[in-house]
Each structure stands twice: as C-alpha cells, then as structure tokens.
Design a protein around this ligand. Structure first.
Ligand code: COA
Length: 193
C-alpha cells in the first residue's frame, strides 16, 4: 500500500512530505519496524511505553490492522498507529497507540495515519474506531475529533478506564472515544492490499 499522506480535505495544501519532498509511504508494518516503533514511542514522551516485544507483536500479529509511515529516502519511521479488532466485537477497531515523530507533528500525519488505517486489509467492515485518551492530552483529543469530522462521523466520549485501575496512583483516567458509525467499502480495503 502506498498512500500519499495528506491533511484532511479542509486543508489539502499542507500535505505531509518527506524531507526529500516525496510523499511519505504509509504501509503495513513488518517485523523490522518494531524497534523503530518502540523508539518513537519512547521519544514521544507522552505514550505509555510498552516492551520492544509488544511492538514486535503489533508488527506481526496485528500488522494487517495497523499502519506505519516511513520516509522513503531515509527509511526513518515518521509515525505509526497500532490497532486491532476487538475480539468480542469485530465491528470495533481499537487504536491502541498512535505516535508521530516530534518534527512532523501538526502537519496532518496523525489524521492521514488514521484514515489509512481504514483501508488496511484487516479492517474491512469496521463500523467504529475507538481509542482512549487522557484528559490532559488535548492534541490526541483534537486528532480524533478532526478524524471523525473528516469522515462525516460523530466522535463521542462513551466511558473510561478510571485512574484507580492503574498502579501507583499516578496515572490519569483513560477516556474512551468512539468514532462512527462508519461505512467502509470492503473493496477499498482490498485495494489497500
Ligand atoms: C497526537 C499526535 C499523534 C497527533 O499527530 P499530528 O500529526 O500532530 O496530528 P495532525 O497534524 O493530523 O492534527 C490533527 C488535528 O489535531 C490538532 N492537534 C494536533 N496536535 C495538537 C495539539 N498539541 N494541541 C491541539 N491540537 C492539536 C490539529 O490542529 C488537527 O486539528 P484540525 O484538523 O482541526 O486542524 C501527535 O501529537 C503525537 O504523536 N503525540 C504524542 C503521542 C500521543 O499523545 N499519542 C496519542 C495517545 S495514544
């Protein structure tokens, strides 16, 4: 899959490009993306960093429902979205983590990654996209609202994982956002293969 990473239709002139000027490549993760993905998660300073092994599982078991953005010139990982279909409700695609490298933020890549996710081969028929966001993460909250808006869908907070579910009393609650309902053409996901 090679998609041009572009901002929502509201501002197409701000297409996200690699340093070379060529389009970033948005593609299915492979095992070799796991360490750069882990490193990017560390570098965000905002994500709960999982083990390198967990990112290896994302890049193998959950590859067909996830996306990475790569600079074709340098092979640097510009961003990733790790996502999976909820086993008990396959209509739901859960965005586990999304990260964009610091120098590329605010240029539309986060939104492009989320839209590219919908054309991934494992995501045909998805009706809802869900993610949890901490209340202090305004950028992420805005990202999901803007993503919903670009699809003409709603984005509503539907619950949360309360703070007491996390150890040591130093974690914010995780508010669950639900985007949808979506109507994804299965042929669109086949084309993404
Ligand atoms: C959240 C994150 C993925 C957004 O990526 P991005 O490429 O900067 O997002 P976009 O440029 O596509 O912006 C999408 C929308 O969010 C808004 N936005 C992005 N960052 C913002 C910020 N820090 N504050 C307010 N709004 C912000 C943009 O203005 C845009 O809104 P618009 O479409 O109405 O103009 C990125 O900031 C990041 O990696 N953050 C650290 C990791 C993280 O917090 N991940 C989310 C938790 S899982």
């Amino acid at each position: 899959m090679e998609l041009q990473a572009s901002r929502s239709e509201h501002d197409p002139s701000r297409a996200t490009r690699a340093a070379s000027g060529s389009a970033l490549q948005l593609r299915t993760p492979v095992a070799g993306d796991a360490t750069p993905m882990w490193r990017l998660a560390v570098d965000t300073g905002a994500l709960d960093v999982n083990s390198p092994y967990a990112y290896l599982l994302v890049c193998t078991h959950f590859a067909s429902t996830s996306v990475v953005a790569e600079d074709p010139e340098t092979q640097d990982l510009a961003g990733f979205v790790a996502a999976y279909r909820v086993p008990d409700d396959l209509d739901v695609l859960f965005v586990w983590q999304i990260g964009v490298s610091g120098q590329r933020r605010g240029a539309g890549l986060g939104g492009s990654l989320l839209r590219a996710l919908l054309t991934q081969p494992g995501n045909g028929g998805v009706r809802w996209v869900e993610a949890t966001v901490t209340p202090s993460n305004r950028g992420s909250e805005r990202l999901f609202h803007s993503f919903a808006q670009s699809l003409g869908a709603a984005c509503v907070a539907t619950g949360s994982y309360p703070a007491e579910l996390f150890p040591d009393g130093n974690h914010e609650p995780e508010v669950l956002y639900r985007v949808g309902p979506l109507c994804i053409d299965p042929d669109e996901t086949k084309r993404g293969r």
